[in-house]
Design a protein around this ligand. Structure first.
Ligand SMILES: CC(C)(COP(=O)(O)OP(=O)(O)OC[C@H]1O[C@@H](n2cnc3c(N)ncnc32)[C@H](O)[C@@H]1OP(=O)(O)O)[C@@H](O)C(=O)NCCC(=O)NCCS
Length: 249
């Protein structure tokens, strides 16, 4: 069913599904036949619906709503107070479904394909990149407005590169950005920067971790029009426009 998402992202390999997704993946069946799938994550206080797909031959028959109601029940039981998701702006069926469940738009994001060559090796010398350590997670998530638990959840996945960008020099450093890069994807999510310079510095830090065969990567730029515009002006291409929606559980 993954091709139904109509995104160029590859279908997760069976091993990834078995190991990391099946625990919070739900299948909708009708007369014993699978007609839909939902995959969600439980973060600290919020549930994150990562995928919802129904079989095209069984659309508009209640499978999508049934899966979402099921996920809502499970998230409430897991102690979550709200749920979130990303959806393409143009995906009217999905947006209508989410609105009917009480979701409202929180912000827009752009999915960009960014050539690694635009990474700025000349970024200000006060900008320093280091790994995000577990102790950093709450500060990174609070200051960069990330969902609590998102960084820890990414750390648990194989191959992820967690990068934190600081600026200002000693002794007073400030958080200038953070990214989680998956070389196998290849792409970064989340990718948060406080300025276009910081975004380019983060990209420069990502570049050595990219596979030699990849000359561009995908970045999700959330709620940051100026950064998206700066990357587009340097040669990135717009792959998708998404809305981040949230709702009370
Ligand atoms: C979005 C999707 C999961 C909806 O699944 P579904 O099984 O058709 O959903 P349901 O039959 O339960 O419909 C639930 C509600 O969705 C909305 N909806 C579904 N299809 C719609 C359409 N074509 N136009 C407008 N609203 C629609 C309606 O509000 C509907 O409620 P109603 O039938 O009482 O009016 C399905 O269209 C899909 O798999 N699309 C491709 C993958 C995708 O885009 N997933 C979402 C990624 S964020």
């Amino acid at each position: 069913m993954v091709p139904e998402l109509a995104v160029p992202d590859p279908c997760p390999p069976a091993e990834t599904f078995r190991r990391y997704m099946v625990g919070t993946a739900r299948i909708a069946e009708r007369d014993g036949v699978p007609v839909g799938i939902a995959y969600y994550q439980v973060l600290d206080r919020a549930g994150y619906v990562r995928n919802l797909i129904t079989d095209p031959d069984h659309r508009r028959t209640g499978a999508g709503r049934a899966l979402m109601e099921d996920v809502r029940t499970l998230l409430r039981a897991a102690g979550c107070a709200e749920w979130r998701l990303n959806v393409r702006e143009a995906n009217i069926p999905a947006v209508r479904l989410y609105e009917s469940l009480g979701f409202t738009p929180a912000y827009q994001s752009k999915v960009l394909v960014v050539p690694l060559r635009i990474a700025d090796d000349e970024h200000p010398p006060t900008m320093v990149v280091r790994p995000i350590e577990p102790d950093d997670d709450p500060i990174v998530e609070r200051e960069l407005d990330l969902l609590p638990g998102l960084v820890a959840s990414a750390r648990g996945r194989p191959g992820r590169v967690l990068l934190l960008l600081e600026d200002g020099g000693e002794p007073v450093r400030s958080l200038a950005g953070a990214a989680v890069f998956d070389p196998a994807f290849p792409g970064a999510y989340p990718f948060r920067a406080r300025s276009a310079d910081a975004a380019l510095a983060l990209l420069a830090a990502i570049r050595p971790h990219a596979r030699p065969t990849d000359d561009s990567i995908s970045l999700v730029i959330e709620d940051a029009e100026a950064i998206a515009a700066a990357l587009l002006a340097r040669g990135a291409t717009l792959r998708d426009e998404m809305i981040h929606m949230r709702g009370q559980l």
